[in-house]
Design a protein around this ligand. Structure first.
Ligand code: TRP
Ligand code: ZN
Length: 868
């Protein structure tokens, strides 16, 4: 009925990869002058423009929310009737083949709540130009295949803005009249407009330096407001480690005299790799033991690395168009994942990356926005900064790395950087470079770039006469606009273990047919098979492995991922049948219980962080992802029952584990963090027993903690339990940390994630809290984002969670469409839910779709979610 409603609002326009055309004009030089002022900043842009090829088409520049002051060609002013202006463009019909174009515009950074273009955060000026923010600063060919050399002059009041920064190297600075001062910057490396950045304001900095492998000194600076300046040391140390790693592993050296990072409170994403001037969300820079958890330290380390690695994979070699986004993002995520793996526990890093992939990317692949890592079309590019482009994109690069081997892969990336330095290229250019360097034929592998959906691999084994035959079958479900997918080429890592736990064989199977068999000869007896070691391909495995085999792998595998995955499978074998029967099968439960006990009493536990992961049940979101129909109440109920029983039955082991790891025996930061992780896992179960003594233990840990990891773990366990003094604890945390925005975000999020139907009422209160604001993305994510991921709290029979979300999406869309569109995506999977959830979600989507003034961001998501 609603689908046919004729009054439904009009669709956005769709951009197609197949319609890509080279730009009609090129811009080689850009001179920008900014006279900064909150409500009317003057931008004067002087461009060197040349016609690209022989044609007589007009020059059409992009521009949004700009007030045009003047246009001049070769110093002659262009009259208003000689150009055409719309609210998205400026068209100059008859221009010379080569000319200088000067455009003056005015913008209002203070009014910019979208956080795209030039905006203010805590009173300081900053920019965000990826993907299409530069057109909100001045009229331009705002597309990544137009590369220019930039010179920037910034003028601002010296008192309010002592710091004036842009890309590249500083050229000159000086004082002007009326308390103004100015600075000039020059970036010698041609770049697309999305990498432009400007920062101005009252900022402090810390500094350090790095000497590159060829002996060049680079000055490193991290800027932020003074209240945060003593929390930047970890980010600086991470930056230096990243620079050294990229030299050692990829042979990539930094290419400017300075590297500046600025951390701001208000930022749509994690961080941005602007050439020589990264802008970061404070969440990924600030860290000290008092306010940041071990997980926060790791997140800072990986995002600092990610943005640094973009200097080569993204900036020196950039994207031809936004369909190629995974060229830089998939590759750079793979690079930062490997960096973190080299630095810490490789197994835990892999486990955590797989969890993210399964929780977010698999869900995307099974919903209405499913797209290949190189999409074919989009309506709003901001909606395509997705888990698919980033995380699955990284998995695709990881498979290439495995299929080629580390050495050939490195020869390939060397060739890629050498051949395409200073150019805007395609994923095809990347794959072809690897192919040329390695001699490996990647024709079939390319399907990973064009076919969406998560492949399903069926595994069967047969053993007889000393021969093991593994039969693999692959299929890939239909996704919007794509049916009948062709087989993928993927590496499947396999090992065989003897009954006494010896690894007999380990090898990479090159799997590229719909069905394929692999033989292993000369086996003395039937081995235990380990498939998809290291999670060697981003697929769902359908493998009826015996529980005995799973237990064997938990005991003997040397790949931590498989040990963890086998434990997850044991847990799923306990949880999944109970979702329909409502009963826990006693034997399935006993197996998990015994496996937990064996893990906790192992005299030589391997990696403590892997152990902590193994003692964690599959997340509710993953259980939902695997279900054919999602019944959120059943999932929460079953999972909670398992946790409670395990907690009670294994209490003495959890207590011993807590006690053993509640001491600082290790000296290195990594072992200490692993110990904390394990101890806090044990504490979680102890609190779940509901015993007063453990509430007291957690409360003591909360009050006595010397670091945020321990404090927050105790706080979370208590707040999400039936702890009688819950309200007082919540107030205490607030009183102590209300002046630390990033800590306050945690306070909001932990309440919004309360696994109970009480969450709605609490979230309504939080939304009216004096510290809640719709203008700060971190705060919005910590209340509405966290709530929408709360299976037990958000999905209610009365649908009130959905209604609340949509009310706020409508409000937020007026302020920040990018964030609004991300929030509404949590309703995308509505078709996968049981009734009445599915209908209630759809009703709210339909209500949203009837709003006439939606942004293109929200419009694309909601219309695709509702379309058949
Ligand atoms: N390129 C950024 C990254 O490192 C992504 C990014 C930052 C972004 N800010 C953004 C993308 C705003 C879109 C809009 O991954
Ligand atoms: Zn990136």
């Amino acid at each position: 009925m609603l689908e046919n409603d004729v009054s439904a609002p009009a669709m956005n326009t769709t951009i197609y990869l197949k319609e890509y055309q080279v730009p009609d004009f090129l811009i080689s030089q850009v001179d920008l002058e900014f006279v900064l002022s909150p409500d009317n900043t003057r931008v004067k842009s002087r461009l060197k423009v040349t016609r690209n090829g022989a044609h007589d088409r007009a020059l059409t520049l992009c521009g949004e929310k700009l007030t045009l002051i003047s246009v001049a060609i070769n110093d002659e002013s262009v009259a208003a009737d000689a150009y055409e202006q719309t609210d998205m463009s400026l068209k100059l019909p008859a221009v010379p083949n080569e000319f200088e174009l000067v455009i003056e515009t005015e913008i209002a950074p203070q009014q910019n709540t979208e956080l795209s273009g030039l905006y203010r955060s805590s009173g300081n000026y900053c920019t965000q130009c990826e993907a299409e923010g530069f057109r909100r600063i001045t009229y331009f060919l705002d597309r990544p295949d137009v590369l220019a050399e930039y010179r920037v002059r910034i003028v601002a009041p010296k008192a309010a803005c002592p710091v004036l920064l842009s890309n590249g190297n500083p050229v000159a600075q000086g004082d002007g009249p009326d308390g103004l001062h100015w600075a000039q910057w020059h970036d010698p490396h041609p770049k697309p407009s999305y990498l432009f950045a400007l920062v101005a304001g009252d900022l402090q900095f810390i500094e350090d330096q790095f000497t590159t492998m060829s002996g060049r000194d680079v000055a490193l600076k991290i800027y932020t407001q003074s209240a945060y300046i003593n929390k930047c040391a970890h980010a600086m140390a991470s930056l230096k480690r990243s620079m050294a790693w990229d030299e050692r592993v990829y042979g990539r050296e930094y290419d400017l005299d300075i590297y500046n990072i600025v951390a701001v409170d208000d930022f749509n994403m994690g961080a941005m790799e602007n050439k020589g001037l990264n802008v970061f969300n404070t969440k990924y820079v600030l860290a000290d033991t008092d306010t940041a958890t071990d997980a926060d330290y790791e997140a800072v380390e990986s995002v600092i690395a990610h943005e640094y690695f973009h200097n080569w994979s993204g900036n020196r070699v950039t994207c031809r168009d936004w369909f190629q986004l995974s060229l830089k993002e998939g590759f750079t995520v793979f690079r930062d994942q490997e960096y973190s793996a080299d630095l810490g526990s490789r197994a835990v890093k892999r486990i955590q990356d797989v969890q993210v992939l399964r929780a977010f990317q698999f869900k995307e692949d099974s919903g209405p926005m499913a797209h290949p890592i190189r999409p074919d079309s989009y309506q709003e590019i901001n909606n395509f900064y997705t888990a698919t482009v980033y995380q699955k994109g990284a998995e695709v690069i990881r498979m290439l790395h495995r299929l080629l081997g580390a050495d050939a892969f490195r020869r390939g990336t060397d060739l890629y950087f050498a051949d395409f330095d200073g150019q805007a290229v395609t994923t095809e250019d990347f794959v072809h470079a690897l192919e040329r360097a390695s001699g490996v034929d990647l024709t079939q592998f390319r399907r990973w770039y064009s076919q969406a959906g998560t492949p399903i691999i069926k595994v069967e084994q047969h053993f007889g006469d000393g021969v093991l035959t593994l039969s693999l079958q692959q299929s890939c479900p239909d996704t919007p606009g794509q049916t009948d997918k062709l087989p993928f080429h993927m590496p499947i890592e396999v090992a065989l273990f003897s009954p006494d736990g010896k690894k007999l064989v380990a090898q990479t199977l090159s799997f590229n047919q719909a069905e394929q068999q692999f033989r292993f000869d000369n086996l003395a007896c039937k081995p235990v098979v380990s498939v998809l070691r290291y999670f060697s391909a981003p697929v769902k495995l359908e493998y009826k492995q015996s529980n005995a085999d799973r237990l064997h792998l938990i005991k003997y595998e040397d790949d931590g991922f498989v040990r963890w995955e086998s434990m997850q499978q044991l847990c799923l074998a306990m949880i999944q049948p109970a979702l329909t029967t409502g009963e826990l099968d006693p034997r399935a439960y006993q197996r998990v219980r015994d496996a937990f006990e064996a893990l906790m009493t192992d005299p030589n536990p391997s990696d403590k962080a892997v152990l902590a992961e193994m003692l964690t049940l599959p997340p509710a979101a993953y259980i939902a992802e695997l279900a054919s129909r999602v019944d959120p109440a059943a999932i929460s109920a079953v999972r909670d029952r398992c946790i409670e029983r395990l907690a009670k039955d294994l209490e003495k082991y959890f207590h011993a584990l807590y006690a053993d790891n509640n001491t600082a025996l290790d000296t290195d930061a990594q072992s200490l963090a692993a110990r904390r992780m394990l101890k806090n896992r044990a504490l979680f179960y102890l609190v779940e027993t509901g015993q007063t003594a453990y509430y007291a233990l957690a409360s003591h840990q909360y009050h006595a903690a010397s670091n945020m990891t321990d404090r927050l773990a105790a706080f979370t366990a208590l707040v999400q339990s039936h702890y009688p003094d819950r309200d007082a604890l919540i107030s205490d945390f607030y009183e102590t940390w209300q002046h630390e925005p990033l800590v306050l975000d945690k306070w909001f999020a932990i309440q919004a994630m309360r696994p109970s139907s009480e969450a709605l009422r609490e979230v309504e209160d939080l939304l009216h809290h004096s510290d809640f604001t719709l203008t700060n993305p971190n705060r919005v994510r910590s209340v509405l984002g966290a709530f929408s991921g709360n299976l037990a709290g958000f999905h209610r029979l009365d649908g009130k969670g959905y209604a609340l979300l949509v009310d706020y999406v409508i409000k937020l869309d007026q302020i920040n469409p990018q964030i609004a569109a991300r929030l509404v995506s949590s309703l995308n999977s509505w078709r996968r839910f049981t009734e009445p959830y599915a209908s209630r979600m759809r009703t709210e989507l339909a209500r949203l779709n009837m709003v006439s003034q939606l942004s293109s961001d929200v419009r694309e998501v909601v219309s695709k979610a509702l379309s058949v």
